[in-house]
Every structure is written in C-alpha cells, then in structure tokens.
Design a protein around this ligand. Sequence first.
Ligand code: HEM
Length: 493
Amino acid sequence: MEKKLTTAAGIPYAHHEDSQSVGQRGPLLLQDFILHEKLAHFTRERIPERVVHAKGSGAYGSLTITNDISAYTRAKVFNAIGKTTKLFIRFSLVAGEKGSSETERDPRGFAMKFYTEDGNWDLVGNNTPIFFIKDGKKFPDFIHSEKRDPYTNLKSPTMAWDFFSLNPESLHQVMFLMSDRGTPYGYRHMHGFGSHTFSLINAKNERTWVKFHFKTQQGIKNFTDAEAALEKSVDLDFAQRDLLTAIDRGEFPKWDMKIQVMTEAQAETYAFNPFDLTKTWSHKEFPLIDVGVVELNENPKNYHAAVEQSAFAPAHVVDGIGYSPDRVLQARILSYPDAQRYRLGVNYEDIPVNRCPYMVNNYQRDGLMVTGDNGGSEPNYFPNSFDNIQPDPAYTEPALQLNSNVVDTFDRNAPGENDHYTQPGIFFRETLSDELRLSLVANVVKAMKGIEGPKKMEIINRQLCHFFRADIGLGMQVARGLEVDVSLFTQPH
Ligand code: HEM
C-alpha cells in the first residue's frame, strides 16, 4: 500500500526534493518550513559518542537457567531451572572512535542488560577477567594514554607504554592484550567476564562473593596480528558484519554462563585481595559452577535507537546480587549514569532499549525529553496519602563488616597488593600454548618498537623489568627482540 510522505508533525506535503523559490532561478523562500525541518534535523543527527567503547554492536536474546544456584542467591532471574529472561548485549572496542577498525588490538566490551522482574540488571564486563588498574581514580589517566596525543592527535605507543611501565599493576591485562586474545575474531568467538567481584545474597540473607563468566560455545578464535592488520585494510566493520549476518542467518551465538564463588571467611584468608581487579581467582580453588545459557537471536530493527542509545550501568544490580568493595567497581557505580545523563539526557531510562518492562514506581518527573506519561496524574512527592507506593525492607542486604578508618592512601605494600608478577607469569607459562607465547612476544616487540623520543630507553627498560619479574624467559625474549643489552637485567643488583 502506498504511504503518504509527511512532515515530522504528520502533515502530508507535495515536494520533497525541490525547494520553494522566487521564480525558476531566484532565491529560496523563508516559508519553506519543510526545507528547514529537513536540514535542521540532519544537523542534529549526531549525539556524543561514548567517551570509551564508542564503537559497538548489539543484539537481543535470552538467558536460560540450567542449574540451581539458589544456595547462593535469591535473585529471581536464577530462581527456576528452565526460566528464560530477555536480555540485550552490546559488544564494543575500548579506545577507538566510532569509525575505527574492529580488528584493532584492544580489549572488547561485553555489556549485558537482563530485563528481570526485579528491574534491569546490567553486567558491564569485558572479554578479559582482569583490568589495567585496581583503583578507579586512575581511569582517566589510563584512557588518556590510550587515546590520541594532545599535540600530534595521533595514537602514541610512547604514552601507552609510559603509563603501563609506571603502573605495574597493568601487567596482567597487558599480557592478555598482547596475546592473540587482544585481536579476537569478531565478538562471537570470545569469552565474557563480569570481571569484578560482586556479591550474591541468598534467601537467608547470607552473602557470598562471586565472579561471572561467559564461555563462548562457538570456541575461541583470534586473528593473528598480521591477519588483523589485513582484515583492517579490507573491512573496518568486521565484527558488526560478522555478528549481524550470523544472527540474520539463524546462527544464534551462545555462551555458557558460569560463576565462581568465595565465602566471606575464604576472602579473609585468600592469598590475594579478592577485590583486586588485576587478579583472577584460582579455578582449582574456586571451580566454575554452571548457571545457564545466553543466546543472541534478534538483531535490533534500528541501530541508533537500540545500540547507540543503550545505556548500561554497573550500579544496576537487582535483589540477590550486590556490589563488592572492588575499588574500580565502586568508581564505576557513579560514573556510568553520570555519562549517560550527559550523552542521552536525564530521561535515558525511558528509551525503549533501556526501559524496564516491569514496574517502575518513583517520584522522578519532568526534565528534557519526557516521552512516556511522566507519572500521569499520580502524586509526584513522597510520602503522600494517595498512591500507597512503599519501600520494601525485604530488599535489605546483610550488613558488611568494615574497618571504620577512612583511608586516603591505599596501602600498596599490604600483603599481595604489590605482587603484580605471579599471575602474569602463570598466564605466560601455563595458560598460553607455545605458539601463543611466541605471538605474544612478537606482538609486544612490535608494539614497543613504536616508543620514541628522549624517554624511549627509560620507558623500555622500565617495562622490560616488569616482563623479567613475571618470567625471565619472557623478559629475555622481549629484550632480544628490541635489541636491548640484557646484561643490564641479568647482573645481580
Ligand atoms: C563504557 C567509565 C572501567 C567496561 C564506559 C563509559 C564510561 C566508562 C563513562 C561510557 C558509558 C556510556 O556513555 O554509556 C569507566 C570508568 C572505569 C571503567 C570510570 C573505571 C573506574 C571499566 C571496566 C570494564 C568496563 C573495569 C570491564 C570490566 C565498559 C564497557 C563499556 C564501558 C563494556 C561499554 C558499555 C556499552 O556497551 O554501552 N566506561 N569504565 N569499564 N565500560 Fe567502562
């Protein structure tokens, strides 16, 4: 059926391509409102891109529960085997802008929104179980060092390695990044991680610490550095194309959701700070427990409406799931809604992809771009004598025992805190295959060859020290690759 062309206000009109003019060759008329509406809307099409994770892809799907974890959590999303909850996932790259290549060496974002009966639960993780920093106060500095140099406006290996070498807590994540896991083959062939330690609260109001894992059923597949570079030269949008077309073909990607749990008592005595985001928990001591299966099965009808406007927040946990004292998580709790109020406006939770499909009862009203009924004629203050909306004490979490001293300076010398080397050494020796070890060394050497300027040798030597401390063989191989005199590192000092 033919449809009539209309203005945004629904007014049908006759001429879409010709502007109104004075005669055939004269100037245009101010009254041509449709010309003005078209141009004015066009010039406002861009919204601020995310300050990090600007380039991404998203899809809808579901989580289906396959195992009973009610001993640990009362969260309704997990409360029955076979239960299915709708979700939306946005994958992304971190440092590049919206137009950048999707085969760059970079961690990948793995942000999940579960539309649960108790509100939207956002698990905003990455494809790595760890991160570059263990305190959120370092995040802007870290990201600045990854983005463009303020003078040259170019990406700068000098800035990146300067930051890494001055922040040895980054080493574990740097090793992941420099392995072939830093260039995954799109988004379907990588694992996902909640990364932080969170908490689970059960029906008896008991707390357990937890880490979330998502194991790809498609199998891990990575580009080598050379393959990634080649793909970049032919397709900047490899990962978007791969995800979109797989779902369009009916090949729905799946991940097995699993958890690791640690009791509060175990956390007291664990060798490392269990809330340190630069460390993993031993899988031998804390084995993976099955939870369910995540499947992506529906491409959004419109990219901008759903993917670009999606907003995830580590702050959004639902009853039965809680935070932990992880210093990066704590910083993230504040930062995301703040970013989204700037990027999308104060009513961003009402955008369909972000809207809770179940009840939303509160007294927030008005502001820019109200698109729902704004609470209708219901009271807009609390307490009131009319609506009987009540806070429910059943949602109270158990108290968390804390040392009450306010600490301004984190004790980086506390036991285990400044051991930045044990786990990266294990990762190099035990997790990576011979082939992946070789490519890691080659990738590091190639990346560090980009360091330049008067501080070049200072930065290289400082970073080499970290590699040596993780594994002497690793240090030697990188030093040789960079043609650095290794006697500096092998002499007793
Ligand atoms: C996006 C801040 C650490 C994963 C963002 C955004 C901000 C931000 C402001 C853009 C949000 C938006 O505009 O919607 C921070 C800060 C951090 C931090 C301040 C440290 C204190 C992390 C960590 C992870 C992570 C540790 C993973 C474990 C993500 C992901 C996105 C994102 C996946 C993209 C979400 C999406 O797809 O919309 N971050 N971030 N971030 N961050 Fe972080």
